[in-house]
Design a protein around this ligand. Structure first.
Ligand code: OXD
Ligand code: MN
Length: 613
């Protein structure tokens, strides 16, 4: 039996509650050793992981890892939210009783770390001193060293974060056991994996993966699922899969902050890391706060909504990241940043990495290049030459401090006041470039009906989006009706409320399919319009689905667009919207206890569309 007290005491982890927790799981999983991890251990752990062949060098101060081939993405089907209260079952949270799931996970985890080290990773998902600090502390136990290395990049990691807690019991117990990846039947009817958040016990039990969102428990399981539940149970805050940016008008000195949710593949990270377009760069600066999670609370003193990014790093999708789409991301993973790449292509000889979209064509000389599975490109089977070199969900993991335009006040424990909340999904028609919503219930309604084009035709219904409420569908931890009510309560309690907007950078010409808006840096322009609208400097044009910019209100200096394309993205396709309203009704009807304000918002929009004829 491992001497847990000696290991924890030696590392300065004094809390009796933490010791009891570690003792229990070290015993159950049968770990051979226990080791506490703090951020300064990074260099040593990197050295050990290199020596063990778990990671490879990817140029100066960067590293590369391949995951097990059947362990490459977050698994939604195997993810469960548990509590002791059946009323917590929602449409999306895959609720199961805690008294059923805990024994099941304990059975899977029993003895499963035999012979391995259990890394004890004390962490904080918020800047220290945050008003939400009591919801931010956690201790992840993991039997995988690369997971510990990722956690050091993605969370504030150190024993002192736990020992300084006002309430020593208030930490999330986050247990990660990899299991024998070869024998878990991933994706088959006999799948052994389970990723469970027992939300009312603030306990996370993940078994059967050492990859990303399944294994870095501070991020999604704690930062989103558990925090959303805590925010609701305490009535204090919202935890959302949102990016958060700052915009500074260097002429007036005013600073603005915008957060917002985008379903996957709708450009959230690119937007979060956006720079001002050349023609506007002299006046506006865009600062980065976070690309994936924001916690929002109303401040009782000044009546504003404050947002914080609880994370410490970026776990970004590598595919399609280039000088054109996201130069900021490339700078953030430059040599010397300590970046960990996962499942991209790797060159044994040069230690370079590459992924689809990094450059228009893969390296011409394939010498030394291996794909993400480790197969030499030169030795790929003849029928396999067209397969991607990098996995589509390959990633880079880098600390926020490496992002060149990280906001100077990103570590402010209070967070930053939020001026606007935006939603946006990839939609080829109907959704204009931007429509602003000034009514709270209509804004929340818009978030609840957020969707993006499904990647495959959904049951043949043309125009049907895959709805992804607030971009939280995979992370919902409590019922949707209560979720909507909590949104109305938290934002409604602020004396000065953010403006809402829905954006879409992805409208296409129905004829030749070209994008009607250039996107990327130019996306700053509609956001500036939104801030001007909020300040009463422009009036826009009221439509049944919100206020859209009058053409002369958008600053288009230097934008490559045509008057025809602009006309389309600044107009409302009423027949398509009427069709959409029927789908929305079906979507919302699934949610028990949806507040009457949301239904009223839906009926108001439907009536306005009706009257628009
Ligand atoms: C996700 C992520 O899965 O951020 O959404 O990694
Ligand atoms: Mn995400």
């Amino acid at each position: 039996m491992v001497d847990v007290d000696a290991a924890l005491g030696g590392a300065g982890l004094r809390s009796g509650h933490v010791r009891e927790y570690v003792r229990y799981w070290a015993g159950l999983t049968g770990a051979a050793r226990v080791e506490v991890v703090s951020a300064p251990d990074d260099a040593r752990l990197i050295g050990e992981a290199l020596a063990a062949g778990e990671i490879l060098p990817a140029g100066a101060g960067r590293y590369y890892a391949r995951s097990y081939v059947k362990d490459t993405a977050r698994s939604e089907e195997r993810t469960v939210v548990s509590t002791s209260n059946p009323a917590d079952k929602g449409v999306y949270n895959n609720w199961r009783p805690a008294d059923q799931m805990r024994p099941l996970l304990e059975e899977r985890m029993r003895g499963a770390s035999a012979g391995k080290t259990m890394y004890v990773v004390p962490y904080l998902m918020a800047p220290a001193g945050s008003p939400l600090e009591r919801y931010a502390a956690g201790v992840q136990l993991t039997d995988c060293r690369t997971v510990a290395l990722h956690m050091i990049r993605m969370a504030r990691v150190g024993a002192h974060y736990l020992d300084s807690l006002a309430d020593q019991t208030s930490f999330v117990r986050a247990v990660h056991v990899t299991g024998d990846l070869d024998k878990l039947g991933q994706g088959t009817p006999g799948d052994q994996r389970y990723f469970v958040t027992i939300a009312d016990e603030r306990t996370i039990l993940h078994f059967g993966s050492s990859y990303g969102g399944n294994a870095l428990l501070g991020k999604i399981a704690h930062g989103l699922r558990q925090a959303a539940y805590d925010g609701w149970a305490s009535g204090e805050f919202l935890a959302e899969q949102f990016m958060l940016i700052g915009i500074t008008d260097q002429l007036t000195g005013k600073r603005y902050h915008i957060c917002g949710g985008f379903p996957s593949a709708s450009g959230k990270t690119n937007l979060a890391m956006m720079l001002a377009p050349g023609a506007l760069a002299g006046r506006y600066r865009v600062d980065f706060y976070g690309d994936d999670i924001a916690w929002l609370r109303a401040d009782p003193h000044d009546g504003k909504i404050y947002g914080i990014n609880p994370e410490f790093g970026v776990f970004g999708v590598a595919k399609d990241t280039s000088e054109v789409t996201n130069p900021t991301a490339l700078a953030s993973v430059a040599p010397g940043t300590g970046t960990l790449f996962t499942n991209v292509a790797y060159n044994d000889d040069t230690q370079q990495v590459w992924w689809e979209g990094r450059t228009p064509e893969p390296p011409a000389d394939v010498t030394g290049w291996r794909d993400w599975t480790g197969t030499l490109i030169s030795e790929r089977p003849a029928n396999d030459t067209g397969a991607a070199w990098a996995h589509p969900n390959s990633r880079f993991t880098t600390a926020l401090a490496n992002v060149p335009n990280l906001a100077p006040d990103s570590g402010d424990p209070k967070g930053v006041p939020v001026d606007a909340i935006i939603f946006g999904g990839r939609a080829r028609d109907r959704e204009p470039l931007i429509r602003a919503i000034t009514d709270l219930a209509e804004g929340v309604y818009d978030g609840l009906t957020l969707g993006a084009e499904a990647t495959f035709a959904a049951e043949g219904v043309e125009g049907l989006l895959r709805y992804d409420p607030m971009s939280m569908r995979p992370f919902m931890s409590y019922p949707e009706g209560a979720y909507a009510a909590h949104w109305l309560k938290v934002i409604g309690s602020a004396a000065s409320q953010p403006i809402f907007a829905h954006v879409n950078w992805f409208q296409r010409d129905p004829g030749d399919g070209h994008y009607l808006w250039p996107g990327y840096r130019d996306n700053l322009r509609p956001l500036l319009w939104l801030l001007r609208l909020k300040a009463g400097q422009v009036r826009g044009r009221q439509t049944p689905v919100g206020i859209i910019p009058a053409k002369d209100e958008l600053d288009l200096d230097g934008v490559a667009t045509t008057p025809e394309d602009l006309e389309t993205i600044l107009s409302i396709d009423t027949p398509r919207w009427k069709q959409e309203m029927r789908y929305r009704e079906q979507h919302l009807e699934q949610f028990a206890g949806l507040p009457e304000e949301i239904w009223q918002a839906h009926r108001r929009v439907a009536a306005a569309l009706h009257d628009a004829d």
